[in-house]
Design a protein around this ligand. Structure first.
Ligand SMILES: Cc1cc2nc3c(=O)[nH]c(=O)nc-3n(C[C@H](O)[C@H](O)[C@H](O)COP(=O)(O)O)c2cc1C
Length: 147
């Protein structure tokens, strides 16, 4: 059975949604891996428990993660505590020239005890060709980690 990587994101203007779909392409490019893409609003604890790895994508809103992603973390922390230790995770942030929201996502991922794969990827605005390659590579790296 394919190993599943969950991609959880929030996007108001479409940049982070586009980036999430590209990460999913990278995941699916690895034989034996599949991607499930969900908005932070629709994802819940059962998604986090069911997946073999997880990627979080957020815009930088006021130098912090999107409130909807924070809400996802708030809702899922206790119901998954102790059951997601060392689960591989990756992080990407889209931003308008800053990107320091990455710190808030990384810190929460440490609280969940996920094991981060690669470095947090910062993408300025809508993903261009260079960013698309990096997003695909991040997805593939995460997928290979969960095989
Ligand atoms: C309310 C709001 C606050 C923002 N604050 C920042 C910020 O502090 N730093 C930054 O680099 N970009 C900031 N931006 C720009 C967004 O991070 C950037 O456009 C991002 O790609 C938007 O993602 P989305 O299209 O998925 O919503 C802000 C945008 C909005 C709407």
């Amino acid at each position: 059975m394919a190993r599943t990587v969950l991609v959880v994101y929030h996007s108001m203007g479409g940049n982070t949604a586009a980036a999430a779909e590209i990460v999913a392409e990278g995941i699916r490019s690895v034989a034996g891996a599949d991607a499930v893409v969900k908005s932070a609003a629709e994802a819940g604890p059962s998604d986090l428990l069911a997946c073999d790895g997880v990627c979080f994508g957020s815009p930088d809103y006021f130098s912090y993660m999107a409130g909807m992603l924070k809400d996802f973390f708030d809702r899922t922390f206790y119901p998954t505590q102790g059951q997601v230790d060392d689960k591989p995770c990756a992080i990407f942030i889209t931003h308008g020239g800053g990107g320091s929201a990455s710190t808030s996502v990384e810190k929460i991922c440490r609280s969940f005890r996920f094991k981060q794969v690669g470095q947090t990827l910062l993408v300025r605005g809508k993903p261009d060709d260079a960013a698309r390659t990096k997003l695909r590579d991040l997805g593939a790296l995460l997928a290979k980690t969960v095989l």
